[in-house]
Write a protein that binds this ligand. Structure first.
Ligand code: SAM
Length: 270
């Protein structure tokens, strides 16, 4: 599928939290444009300095995938970027097939390099998540949908709500959506807390995202419910960075892994 230029955020000059952070420190950097090779190279370089934090995020996704390593299943990654998360998941789950969706050609080139060894287990789809057409470019249903620090880029709350519904429709029975992203602080008056908590490094609290994020946590949970996910929850939160979980119906646990113990949980039937 042809990618469409992500004019929306480029034109509005919206900045990612990372970029904002850089601003605070007074460095020069190319303007955020995921289609620009120079910006993508700059972004990739910055990730090395955040490797520990990012790895921890990816480990959380890995821990939350309710599959045994040998199980066969499929997942889709929305705004997959260079495939860091996919490298972790494809290694842990040799039976997993994944579909990477991203609008940025330079990012997909990076992902192909990183994931080359997984061969046919990976499908790369260049598509713009800012319009509903992307859903026609992928073949579901998927057992899991994942996304990491990507969907806030769409900026428009209505579009994000619709994207959640499109994602819901692409998940199969027992499907789970895991979305790590920045949310807007519950109230603008909480803004000073970000720089304040950062002074105490040992606490590990870190503000992610700016104050122009598309929805608060409560709004985001509402959008997931409206999209059709029957159970929605926050499985992790650090200031404004949250990992949201949406279940299509029930939690499907691998055989013998406590599926029967929890209310509404079902042992998996594959
Ligand atoms: C901050 S990067 C995160 C990449 C990756 N998920 C990760 O966690 O390392 C945001 C990603 O979202 C993608 N993206 C932004 N807007 C998009 C859009 N409208 N359609 C598709 N992808 C988009 C960018 O190209 C980029 O790869």
């Amino acid at each position: 599928m042809e990618s469409t230029h992500h004019g929306a955020h480029a034109e509005h000059g919206a900045r990612s939290a990372a970029t904002e952070h850089e601003h605070e420190h007074g460095h020069d950097h190319p303007e955020e444009d995921w289609n620009d090779e120079e910006y993508v190279a700059y972004w990739l370089e910055r990730q090395t300095g955040r490797a520990e934090e990012r790895r921890r995020h990816f480990m959380m996704f890995r821990a939350l995938i309710t599959k045994m390593p040998e199980d066969e299943f499929s997942y889709i990654n929305l705004g997959a970027g260079p495939g860091y998360l996919d490298e972790v998941l494809l290694e842990q789950f040799p039976g997993a097939q994944c579909t990477l969706v991203d609008g940025s050609l330079p990012m997909l080139v990076e992902a192909r390099k990183r994931l080359e060894r997984f061969g046919e287990r990976v499908e790369y789809v260049q598509a713009n998540l800012a319009t509903p057409d992307w859903a026609g470019a992928v073949t579901g249903p998927f057992d899991f949908a994942v996304s990491s620090i990507a969907i806030h880029n769409l900026r428009d709350p209505r579009r994000i709500r619709d994207l959640y519904a499109e994602t819901f429709r692409l998940t199969g029975h027992g499907g789970m959506f895991l979305n790590l992203d920045y949310v807007r602080p519950a109230r603008p008056s909480l803004a000073p807390l970000g720089p304040w908590v950062a002074k105490d490094h040992e606490a590990g609290l870190r503000r992610g995202g700016g104050h122009d994020m598309p929805g608060t946590l409560i709004e985001q949970l509402g959008w997931l419910s409206e999209a059709g996910f029957s159970t929605v929850d926050v499985v992790w939160k650090n200031m404004n960075t949250v990992l949201l979980c949406g279940l299509r119906d029930h939690l499907h646990m691998p055989e013998g892994e406590g599926g029967h113990a929890a209310e509404g949980a079902h042992g998996h039937s594959h």
